[in-house]
Unconditional design. Structure first.
Length: 534
């Protein structure tokens, strides 16, 4: 074998191992608990529970840091890497709760698949819908985990129907729960009708569960399950056989069908089964679409194309003494090595990637090499903007990242009119970094900002104050959704309670009081297109 083919084989093997994914869910559905169980079943932690800092608290940087030092897990503020059986997992962080922002959406663009966690009592909730819409647009395959089966919840068949109707996707049950609430004792794998019966080993699922595998006939003889529950499972399984959606991996990869699993992340019931299926089904990093310099399209193959990556997130340093930020790159092709010199396509210059790191809070750990699907952080002295492509070969740009529909809007102005210049400069920079979206009224007289989460406005005002010495007044506007307008502006009939503005690329954006107004606008203006993503 030549050196080159040996290198390509090693690269192909590293790529085949990788699963780069994000968890999409509504707050409290169980994302943190599932993450913790991934670590438990990967063998990185022996007792679950340590990921939570305090009661009700989320994963904290210091918890991760301790774990990283102990176990050599590579964690960034944006992604966490660890082995699971034969796979190398890159779990992207999708902040929810108060941190929900455009970054959450943009992070999804760096994922090759997503796990959608649904609370069995609540069904498909608002934030899940929004994140799912991004997966659909980016053609990211989605696995569904119906969680909290140990609590009283809705009937499994209802939940399957809701996923299908709320998200317009076929759902195909890979397993089915035996019992529910306190009677949830196992799952049936539909492919072979084998039952996994679980026994709790420690309170709160701190350690792995014991699993007994058996047939449905054996299960009937077990004292663990009531006749009623068993009859229910058999009835549901027969119904699914006749009326359920078949599962094909092709359909899953195309985003047409989502494989659905039932589990309880808290007690670990069904979790290992799910994780194994995830590693089996989820795709490893594939080719990504890009535009050549002459405008023609090309596909960037992870093996054939030498190193390339793009910036999907910038994280500003909140410490005013350190102005630099971190640019998070997703490696798309080839092998990354520390200190490599690459082409920065937008700036048309070379840059040395000399301090690549994974990062936990202020602690930085140097990364020596990385492969397609991996995430690396680079200190950004103002060189990188969201969507930038870097590579060793040059000659193409990855498709620009979409802008996501803002849902909160405000007028903003400097308190001191004399600070207008610094204000404009700061706003331009914040928009470039994707902190907020900047807009102007159609007559150019007013500055507006749009965001997905309130936190983005707080960050904007904080950074304008500390980095540009500009105090600002922000008046929130009564709009809750928006769309990019395509078509003749003079013939567009806006509904009441709407406003038309321009984005920073001079595209017209319509702001609506609510979604009903947006639907009315679409109905009234069939000749126009109102896009949710720009
Ligand atoms: P999130 O990251 O998606 O926001 O959710 P998280 O995992 O933090 O879970 C939210 C709450 O739901 C937590 O309870 C968690 O223990 C609980 N939970 C998660 N999965 C399951 C499950 O399968 N079954 C049951 N019964 N509960 C589950 P909490 O009381 O808010 O937090 P804590 O006090 O337990 O830390």
């Amino acid at each position: 074998m030549t050196m080159e083919t040996t290198f390509q084989h090693a690269l192909a093997a590293a790529i085949a191992q990788r699963r780069t994914f994000a968890i999409i869910s509504h707050p409290d559905a169980g994302k943190t608990t599932l993450t913790e169980k991934l670590l438990l079943y990967s063998g990185l932690i022996r007792t679950a529970g340590m990921v939570r800092g305090r009661k009700g608290g989320k994963v904290t940087a210091s918890d991760w840091m301790g774990m990283e030092q102990e176990r050599g897990i590579s964690i960034t503020a944006s992604a966490m890497q660890f082995p699971y059986k034969d796979a190398v997992i890159n779990l992207l962080d999708t902040p929810g709760h108060q941190d929900f922002s455009e970054d959450t959406y943009r992070t999804l663009t760096a994922a090759d698949s997503a796990i959608m966690v649904i609370d069995a009592a609540k069904g498909v909730e608002a934030q899940t819908r929004k994140l799912f819409a991004v997966c659909r647009m980016r053609r990211i395959p989605v696995l569904t985990l119906i969680n909290k089966m140990d609590l009283p919840g809705r009937p499994p068949l209802d939940l399957m129907t809701e996923v299908e109707q709320a998200l317009s996707i076929h759902a195909s049950a890979i397993n089915w729960p035996v019992g529910s609430g306190s009677e949830f004792v196992g799952i049936v794998n539909r492919a072979d009708n084998r039952v996994q019966l679980f026994s709790r080993t420690a309170p709160g699922g701190a350690t792995k569960v014991e699993v007994a595998t058996m047939t449905l006939g054996d299960l009937a003889k077990s004292a663990r399950v009531s006749h009623e529950a068993l009859a229910h499972v058999q009835h549901d399984l027969e119904l699914l056989e006749i009326a359920g959606n078949p599962f094909t991996r092709e359909g899953f990869l195309q985003g047409e069908v989502t494989p659905a699993f039932f589990a309880s992340a808290l007690t670990n019931f069904g979790i290992e089964n799910f994780l194994d299926a995830f590693v089996d089904l989820a795709p490893s990093p594939g080719a990504r679409q890009a535009d050549r310099e002459d405008g023609s399209e090309m596909s960037v193959d992870p093996i054939e194309t030498p190193f390339s990556a793009y910036v999907f997130k910038l994280q500003a340093n909140m410490n005013p003494k350190h102005r630099d930020s971190t640019a998070f790159l997703r490696v798309c092709s080839g092998r990354f090595e520390r200190d490599m010199v690459v082409k920065h396509h937008r700036l048309n210059r070379e840059v040395r990637l000399s301090r690549p790191h994974s990062m936990v809070a202020q602690e930085r750990n140097t990364v020596e090499e990385a492969f397609p699907g991996d995430i690396i952080g680079i200190i950004n002295p103002g060189l990188f903007a969201i969507g930038d492509t870097i590579s060793t070969a040059g000659g193409f740009n990855f498709k620009p990242l979409p802008q996501f529909q803002p849902e909160i809007f405000a007028r903003i102005r400097p308190t001191d009119v004399g600070k207008r210049k610094a204000f404009d400069k700061g706003m331009w920079q914040m928009a470039q970094e994707g902190t907020v979206q900047i807009m102007r009224s159609l007559n150019d007289l007013e500055s507006l900002v749009g965001a997905v989460g309130r936190l983005q406005f707080d960050v904007l005002q904080y950074r304008l104050r500390h980095e540009y010495r500009v105090e600002t007044v922000l008046d929130q506007l009564p709009y809750t959704c928006s769309a990019w307008l395509e078509g003749d502006l003079s013939t567009f009939k806006p509904p009441s309670a709407s406003m038309m503005v321009k984005d920073r690329r001079d595209r017209v954006v319509v702001l609506f009081g609510d979604n009903l107004m947006k639907t009315i606008a679409r109905d009234r203006n069939p000749e126009h297109i109102l896009r949710d993503m720009g």
